[in-house]
Design a protein around this ligand. Structure first.
Ligand SMILES: NC(=O)C1=CN([C@@H]2O[C@H](COP(=O)(O)OP(=O)(O)OC[C@H]3O[C@@H](n4cnc5c(N)ncnc54)[C@H](OP(=O)(O)O)[C@@H]3O)[C@@H](O)[C@H]2O)C=CC1
Ligand SMILES: CCCCCC/C=C/C(=O)O
Length: 491
């Protein structure tokens, strides 16, 4: 909680009905839970439910169901028919938005105002957007000249992380279904509940059995999916380490893959930037979702002449942030998703201090139970420090300085990642030059963390390959075939 007094007002969780234990969702039905693990509320460490650990045999059943559904139903439907299902799913997500927002906040620890205003509405928007594409793929420019409509790959294995559980599910499932693929999706071990609620939405939408299958479990379930010979393509979002391991594992196969991995984005503030607007952008860039975002603006590059003014203003702004109960709609920051992630953040911040950075946090009292880390600013960071090179994935801003635009570009690009960057300046010509020079999949100018289903998202370098969203995102889910027909005189 911030030192500024306010009356906490936790939202009701009554809209959510938790089961004691959850089975897998395979071939349009929930299995009976067998081997299970607990999913907990990271804000207070209470157990929410028991969830099934899918074995390789379960993955096999899910892949077989997805194959059958592809061969017999989904792969044969017209685009217009597929689109109807996607529209139906989108509308149900909107109708059940409150339930999804509360459940996501309980399982993930992120503030209810984010799940309510960001995660759930953008997830629904992805289904609406892709519903619109389903019957227009031949106009997406994906087929070669003289070719026929783009064709789906078949069965797609999708592995998603814990930082945006429902939203990453939507980013994966919506384009896959729109293009005619069927899916086996593995949510993260610590945040399986909204994926299981989504399975109920599939039932409610009368989606044919086997089109979407949800297999919960840990990394072993993910491995079984990656290795399964019946999977035609893998779509993964997560750490660069696991992404590289997946790439190695499928190297000897014909499987396609898209990998959306880590980042270490520079948020670059020039001396002519409107300072209040820039400070808001810095706060949103690194403290949104507790900084557990692949494209977080985790490195602030501030022009030397305005360093003290920007940092002073930033610290005053951070004093007003409310850190606390994620179910309270006044909370700006919630809990860290897991103890393992909290340990990772703590280790890296300690390493930063040991390497000479100065650590600052606003005066705030953190809840006694659960996984919490205060908003943190590290000043005096140099390019070689671990906190300037490694993804922290927490509410921690590393501050570096620059003198010229050329130096800003050199420092911003001095990373093994290349997912996103932000630029704050009044000069339009500088924005265009910076956007051209920065090696990042998205460059935001005078804004940050701006998302839209129409915009392709993905990285350079160790941030992965492939794009999600927009027309480019569809490309990852289709292949093309050319038909050559010789016409002769009619007989
Ligand atoms: N690019 C991004 O958006 C993300 C980046 N990260 C980065 O990764 C770090 C570690 O987070 P972590 O959760 O461990 O990320 P992981 O990459 O381990 O997790 C992402 C997903 O991959 C699954 N997985 C784990 N091991 C394997 C495997 N061998 N084969 C197939 N799937 C696997 C995970 O399952 P399970 O959850 O059961 O382990 C999860 O569903 C974070 O600190 C952050 O820096 C993390 C999440 C998202
Ligand atoms: C509105 C937030 C959208 C999240 C953007 C993509 C992030 C992916 C990731 O961190 O895994």
């Amino acid at each position: 909680m911030s030192k500024f007094e306010y009356a906490p007002a936790p939202e009701s969780r009554a809209v959510v009905t938790l089961k004691k234990s959850y089975g897998l969702y395979i071939d349009g039905a929930f299995t009976r839970p067998k081997d299970t693990f607990e999913t907990i509320n990271p804000a207070d460490e209470t157990v929410l439910a028991e969830v099934s650990q899918a074995s390789p045999k379960d993955v096999d059943k899910a892949v077989a169901a997805a194959r059958r559904a592809f061969d017999e139903v989904w792969g044969r439907l017209s685009g217009a028919e597929r689109g109807k299902y996607l529209f139906r799913i989108a509308r149900i997500l909107q109708e059940r938005a409150r339930e999804f927002a509360v459940l996501e906040t309980l399982d993930n620890g992120k503030p209810i105002k984010e799940t309510r205003d960001v995660d759930v509405p953008i997830a629904a928007a992805h289904f609406f957007y892709h519903a619109g594409w389903a019957d227009k793929l031949e106009f997406a420019g994906l087929a070669p000249t003289g070719g026929v409509a783009p064709r789906p790959h078949g069965v797609v294995g999708q592995i998603i992380p814990w930082n945006f559980p429902l939203l990453m599910l939507a980013w994966k499932i919506a384009p896959a279904l729109a293009t005619g693929n069927t899916v086996v999706l593995k949510p993260a071990e610590t945040t399986p509940l909204t994926a299981l609620l989504f399975a109920e939405v599939c039932e409610q939408a009368d989606l044919p059995p086997g089109v979407v299958n949800i297999v919960t479990g840990d990394g072993r379930t993910g491995e079984a999916l990656v290795e399964h010979p019946g999977v035609d393509k893998i779509a993964f979002t997560g750490s660069t380490e696991v992404g590289k391991a997946i790439a190695r594992r499928i190297a000897g196969t014909a499987k396609k893959a898209t990998l959306e991995l880590g980042g270490k984005a520079a948020n670059i503030v020039f001396d002519d930037a409107p300072i209040d607007q820039a400070v808001e952008g810095i706060v949103n860039g690194i403290f949104f979702n507790q900084g557990q975002v692949c494209c977080a603006g985790s490195r602030l590059l501030v022009q030397e002449s305005v360093h003290d003014a920007v940092i002073g203003r930033l610290k005053r702004r951070l004093e007003t942030l409310r850190v606390g109960d994620p179910m309270d709609k006044n909370s700006d920051l919630g809990a860290i998703n897991s103890r393992a992630q909290l340990d990772r953040i703590t280790t890296l911040v300690d390493a930063g201090v040991a390497e000479g950075a100065e650590r600052w946090s606003p005066d705030c009292t953190l809840p006694a139970r659960g996984f919490w880390f205060p908003p943190t600013v590290l000043t005096g960071v140099s390019q070689t420090h671990r906190v300037a090179t490694e993804e922290i994935f927490g509410p921690v801003l590393s501050v570096l300085t620059f003198r010229t635009p050329q130096e800003a570009v050199a420092k911003a690009n001095n990373t093994s990642y290349g997912l996103s960057a932000g630029v704050w300046t009044e000069k339009g010509s500088r924005i265009l030059w910076m956007a051209d020079q920065l090696r990042a999949g998205v460059v935001w100018a005078n804004t940050f963390n701006r998302f839209d289903p129409t915009s392709p998202f993905g990285g350079y370098k160790e941030s992965g390959y492939g794009r999600e969203g927009g027309r480019h995102g569809l490309e990852a889910y289709v292949t093309t075939s050319t038909s050559a027909v010789t016409t002769g005189a009619p007989r």
